[in-house]
Design a protein around this ligand. Structure first.
Ligand SMILES: Cc1cc2nc3c(=O)[nH]c(=O)nc-3n(C[C@H](O)[C@H](O)[C@H](O)COP(=O)(O)OP(=O)(O)OC[C@H]3O[C@@H](n4cnc5c(N)ncnc54)[C@H](O)[C@@H]3O)c2cc1C
Ligand code: FES
Length: 330
């Protein structure tokens, strides 16, 4: 039997099935609860349980702390109802800006990756931390989330790396119709995937495909901050042609204290480098994961495999930060 959920202060209500997340149930019934990563890592869907009981699937302690959990807060993308519920949800986050942006430049970086540079109106700036993301609001009101592929710049330009998903509503539009000077409405910044500057631990960066975008932002932010911590970057893609930013990444690796390891899951003939799944390459190479801060971004399956296996291998859960590129609930 489904449970009943009441929202405060909006007084909306909907049903949630056993085992269904509260965000999924709300959207199924056309109630727009805020969400972004749907992976328990960003905190966008956080709210208070004022009546009833929920239990969570996995989530990151950066998105919901022990103290918040004790105070009755929950992440509704991960929370499952154990009874009828009354939830308090703030539908307006004052830190999130809505701005128009103009497509300044479009580059083909690889067969299926496009880079966009978005320019904000004169005098406007998006106050984001390297590693965070924005939503693009399409003309029909649907949202698509993209990591900002660079640390904040003086000219305020926003760089995005967009992979073409076959039949994808927004990425297909980018690949086949988007033109320079098009106006795109954006919303942000959001997300809890950013460089922890107060740590002295070496950094292990794990990217899958365009998961390199927020990792690039983090590398740039570390460099701007005069980082002297060791950085190891594993970049997992299918084949050599998917290493769409190889030249830049190889330049990073010329620096001291920076190691770069590309990993191909479907290697081309003659490839001499690492093969297989990227998280398995990390586990094969590194015995003592607990000494690192781990930043992982990319396809949901890669991020969840990395998270589960790294925690099992002894990485404390306070030392892993991640963004899974979950697709939108339309
Ligand atoms: C926090 C976050 C950051 C992100 N950052 C980036 C980024 O920097 N670069 C980037 O390219 N993408 C990123 N994404 C993914 C992005 O938001 C879109 O999901 C993606 O571009 C597909 O959108 P679309 O409109 O083209 O496809 P949709 O219209 O959403 O999807 C079309 C169909 O494809 C399926 N589908 C969607 N995505 C995938 C997938 N990855 N694999 C398999 N099937 C899929 C859907 O189920 C649907 O049936 C991010 C997502 C999140 C949550
Ligand atoms: S949407 Fe729930 S934590 Fe990101």
């Amino acid at each position: 039997m489904p449970y009943k959920v009441e929202l405060k202060p909006s007084e909306q209500s909907f049903d949630v099935d056993a085992g269904e997340s509260i965000v999924d149930a709300a959207h199924r019934q056309n109630i727009q609860l805020p969400y972004s990563c749907r992976d328990g890592s960003c905190g966008t869907c956080k709210g208070k349980v004022v009546g009833g009981e929920v239990k969570h699937d996995h989530y990151s302690v950066q998105a919901l702390s022990e103290a918040e959990l004790k105070a009755g807060m929950a992440l509704f993308c991960q929370a499952r109802a154990c009874s009828d519920l009354v939830l308090e949800v703030d539908l307006n986050n004052p830190d999130i800006q809505r701005l128009p942006s103009r497509v300044d430049k479009i580059d083909h970086l690889a067969h299926d990756v496009m880079r966009l540079f978005l320019k904000l109106p004169a005098g406007k700036k998006l106050n984001y931390i390297a590693g965070q993301y924005i939503d693009i609001i399409m003309s029909d009101g649907r949202h698509r989330t993209y990591s900002i592929a660079g640390a904040p710049r003086d000219d305020g330009m926003i760089e995005l790396h967009i992979r073409n998903v076959e039949g994808g509503r927004f990425s297909d539009f980018v690949f086949h119709h988007l033109e320079q000077k098009t106006i795109l409405r954006i919303e942000g910044p959001m997300g809890a995937f950013y460089l922890r500057q107060d740590s002295t631990r070496p950094m292990l960066l794990v990217a899958g495909g365009t998961g390199l975008a927020p990792i690039k932002a983090i590398v740039e932010a570390a460099q701007q901050a005069g980082n002297t911590r060791e950085i190891i970057l594993y970049w997992g893609v299918r084949s050599r042609r998917d290493l769409y930013f190889q030249e830049t990444v190889e330049q990073w690796a010329e620096r001291e204290q920076f190691t770069y390891i590309p990993v191909l899951s479907e290697p081309d003939e003659g490839w001499q480098g690492r093969t297989g799944y990227v998280h398995e390459a990390v586990l094969a190479d590194i015995d003592s994961l607990a000494q690192y801060d781990v930043y992982a971004a990319g396809p949901p399956i890669m991020v969840s495999s990395a998270r589960t296996s790294f925690l099992e291998a002894g990485l404390p859960k306070t030392q892993i930060f991640h963004d899974a590129f979950e697709w939108a609930l339309d």
